[in-house]
Design a protein around this ligand. Structure first.
Ligand code: UGY
Ligand code: MN
Length: 246
């Protein structure tokens, strides 16, 4: 193995860039015969969890969501997902959202399967019933132009309904596309680059970013992105939504 003291990863008070060269595996009870990398967690000051699972044919990912809902997105490969009694085969670009208080199992993986997960302790909202289990496919979700710019397309994977307190979106930028302004907001993000490259500005520091990188942005971490290269830049990201700002 090449020995190196170089990395693009940084972990700061209100943002982090986590690149694959620094991964160290975790053991998660119930998630067996797989590699788990915990990319974002409350230990860094975050209020969400983000993990990357690399599965083999004999992997089983099973558990109860208890208080924290989980969103599983298949980056590559396939598996069979079961939530309570509902069963579905999931392939690349497909996902399952498991609300708090349900049991799940993902099994029968193809050898090359990678899954990104986002989890958050669910905050119920008076007058609204808890969200349902959702199986979905990003390929079937429309991606309208973002704020009128056709170089930017945003796919919203979960229903825009007040019962949900988290969103998971896929953002696609054509080469040269960029966020229209520097965002400064209360919502937190966890994101994973699925394709391409570009430059992210996080709190006035500039980072080259590419496929495979993770970014954590705490509330009010200022953020701006421009895509570079010859193919679109694509990232999937989490955002907390729809609750009173305590
Ligand atoms: O939803 C968002 O806040 C999104 N526009 N932020 C981002 O991509 N950094
Ligand atoms: Mn944002």
């Amino acid at each position: 193995m090449e020995i190196s003291a170089m990395t693009r990863s940084v972990v700061k008070r209100n943002h982090a860039v986590i690149c694959p060269d620094g991964y160290v595996n975790s053991v998660v009870p119930g998630w067996t015969n797989c590699r788990v990398n915990v990319l974002i967690n409350e230990q860094m000051g975050a209020r969400l969890g983000q993990t990357l699972i690399t599965a083999t044919a004999d992997t089983v990912i099973a558990g109860d969501t208890d208080t924290a809902q989980i969103f599983f997105y298949i980056i590559s490969g396939s598996c069979i997902a079961k939530v309570d009694t509902a069963l579905q085969t999931l392939g690349s670009g497909q996902f399952v959202y498991v609300p708090a208080g349900h049991s799940y199992s993902l099994e029968q993986f193809s050898a090359d399967t990678q899954i990104v997960t986002f989890h958050k302790v669910y905050e119920p909202l008076k007058g609204h019933t808890a969200p349902p289990v959702i199986f979905g496919d990003a390929a079937k979700v429309e991606g309208p132009a973002f704020l009128g710019d056709p170089a930017l397309r945003l796919q919203v994977l979960l229903p825009e309904d007040l019962s949900f307190d988290m969103a998971v979106n896929i953002f696609t930028y054509d080469p040269g596309g960029h966020l229209p302004f520097v965002e400064t907001h209360i919502m937190e993000h966890g994101l994973l680059y699925l394709q391409g490259q570009g430059v992210y500005m996080l709190d006035h520091e500039w980072y080259p970013i590419k496929k495979g990188d993770t970014i954590w942005m705490a509330p009010y971490c200022q953020q701006w992105f421009t895509a570079m290269g010859k193919e679109p830049a694509v990232y999937i990201y989490y955002k907390n939504v729809n609750r009173f700002p305590t």
